[in-house]
Design a protein around this ligand. Sequence first.
Ligand SMILES: CC(C)(COP(=O)(O)OP(=O)(O)OC[C@H]1O[C@@H](n2cnc3c(N)ncnc32)[C@H](O)[C@@H]1OP(=O)(O)O)[C@@H](O)C(=O)NCCC(=O)NCCS
Length: 224
Amino acid sequence: MIERLEWDSAFFGMGVGRLHAEALTAEVASQSQRWCRENQVACLYFLGPEAGEVPPGFRLVDERVTLVWDAHPVAGPTPAVRPFADADLPVLEDIARQSHRDSRFYADPLFDRARCDELYATWIRRSCQGWADAVLVALCDGLPAGYVTCQHGAIGLIAVAGAAQGRGLGRQLVTAAQDYFHSCGATRVEVVTQGRNRAARALYEGCGFRVASAQYWYHYHACA
Ligand SMILES: CC(C)(COP(=O)(O)OP(=O)(O)OC[C@H]1O[C@@H](n2cnc3c(N)ncnc32)[C@H](O)[C@@H]1OP(=O)(O)O)[C@@H](O)C(=O)NCCC(=O)NCCS
């Protein structure tokens, strides 16, 4: 099954779709090519198991790693973290614009960098405006320097501004999110990151998360 992604198409200014299939076989690939041609789709996303041989036109853009944490009371202090306040938003948008360069959109030259920056600014803005159940903000010298979003038993987006990294704010954000989920009665918390994101993986594993599964994102370029 292939669907056109209307939101992504409008946002990136090109036809974008998503292929749903068990695996990326040569037959699936040739059907995809035909469908993209007929539907003016420039890029097709596919999430699935690792393909032995990647068919022409497709490229591996991300290893999607899911980590889980079985909720229990957490002990770590989180003095630098507090709930989001409306005045934080412009700073959080700026942090988001600069922070998610390990994601699959930046790994694919078809996607305009400035639009990728705006994708994450939009994501944090919408999260702050009600998408997320909670947004927690880390402060550095009294100013917002990082965020974590919590939604449906999962950490959504997390980042610490470059200049404030390596000082324990990421750990405080994850710990505060774990405390939030535990206090809400969650029994299991998930987070997804990129296989290439060593900092994020080390952070989550250091906070008690364990790798549960890995899948692979492929992008098909109709013009390849
Ligand atoms: C991941 C991120 C939030 C960590 O924030 P941080 O404030 O620098 O993290 P901390 O200082 O609290 O470090 C916590 C742990 O993370 C790990 N870590 C942080 N940066 C690391 C790096 N560059 N390489 C390897 N491990 C790293 C370490 O295990 C560290 O534990 P330690 O202090 O015991 O050594 C930050 O690097 C970031 O914002 N990255 C860009 C956004 C991003 O990739 N988000 C995740 C998307 S899913």
